[in-house]
Design a protein around this ligand. Structure first.
Ligand code: NDP
Length: 304
């Protein structure tokens, strides 16, 4: 398989890059990754994507982007990147399933993944009491008691969503100052069945076969207590999906793909878009904007 442009990732950044590049009549493929559509498919309603007065479901938004790209003959490949190298002017990509793909230019839009706490017992209860996506797994906890760990906008969104079905949702934050925007805090913390417990760190997931609670350390008093809950949702930020780039491109200390002029990586012909190189804005609309820029930069490179 040989393409003018290979886009790695299929969230709003990757799909927008594919729409622009496909419409420019380049041969384009999108390597969808292990979560086709990206993290947006795991959110609920997006209320701030311009053009949708009443909001739009995240899954529907990104599905529409894919359909729009397919109108321009973009080939969506349901596989993930394993390795990338460059041989003269050609990029050589191997996928997890062992497919070989060559391309004249590459746009990296591989996004980011939810961060874990990395504490003992996390793996034991992963997906069996401990989760990172309320819209995917929230329905298991109808009328149950749940904890959300976080403090940013994602934790507010998860808490708000879960509060609609759970009996009670505890929001556990490690400091007393929440990072979330005032509007999101107001909308979520005013709900009757939501309780914010500040200044605590979760140090252990508790239970035998089934999760029954979390051990929390009060960061002010050093006192440890167990909070009984049936499930826990982590919303503590994200880490960029750049493992496959470690020996190939310049990354920041946090693992983000480094760029200049918004989308140019240090590898000629390779561009970047979205969360993978943006630890700051991380919005569907800003990712789409970076996708547009990356496609235009790739066009300029290919036309040289
Ligand atoms: P953030 O980085 O904004 O927040 C992460 C939160 O997790 C912080 O409160 C942080 O605490 C806490 N945290 C990090 N590590 C740990 C840990 N090991 N233990 C306990 N707590 C921890 O990430 P989000 O995913 O919430 O948001 C990312 C971006 O996406 C933001 O720009 C946000 O505005 C945006 N967003 C926008 C939405 C919208 O507009 N609808 C919805 C969701 C996200 P501390 O503050 O102490 O560091």
């Amino acid at each position: 398989m040989f393409y003018d442009i290979l886009v790695v990732g299929s969230g709003p950044a990757g799909c927008t890059a594919a729409i622009y590049a496909g419409r420019d009549s380049f041969s384009v493929a999108v390597l969808e990754g292990n979560l086709p559509g990206g993290l947006l498919t795991t959110t609920t309603v997006i209320e701030n994507f311009p053009g949708f007065v009443d909001g739009i479901n995240g899954f529907e938004l990104v599905s529409n982007m894919k359909k729009q790209a397919m109108k321009y003959n973009v080939n969506f490949i349901n596989d993930s990147i394993a390795n990338i190298s460059k041989n003269n002017e050609t990029f050589e990509i191997t996928t997890l399933a062992g497919q070989k793909i060559s391309a004249k230019s590459v746009i990296i839009a591989s996004g980011s993944s939810p961060r874990k706490l990395n504490i003992p017992t996390e793996e034991k209860f992963w997906s069996k009491g401990v989760h990172s996506c309320a819209t995917c797994d929230g329905f298991f906890y109808k009328n149950k008691e749940i904890a959300v760990i976080g403090g940013g906008d994602s934790s507010m969104e998860e808490t708000h969503f879960l509060a609609k079905m759970a009996k009670k949702v505890y929001l556990l934050s490690r400091s007393d100052k929440l990072k979330a925007t005032a509007a999101m805090q107001e909308k979520t913390l005013s709900l009757e069945n939501v309780e914010h417990i500040a200044n605590v760190s979760v140090v252990e997931f508790v239970g035998e076969d089934k999760l029954t609670g979390v051990k929390i350390l009060n960061n002010a008093t050093n006192e440890e207590t167990v909070l009984n809950v049936d499930g826990v949702f982590l919303a503590i930020g994200h880490i960029p999906n750049t493992d496959f780039l470690k020996d190939f491109a310049d990354l920041s200390e946090l693992g983000n793909l480094l760029v200049t002029n918004n989308v140019y990586t240090n590898v000629e012909g390779m561009f970047s878009a979205g969360d993978v190189s943006d630890p700051i804005y991380r919005q569907a609309i800003s990712s789409a904007g970076f996708g547009c820029m990356a496609a235009m930069a790739a066009r300029k490179y290919l036309q040289k």
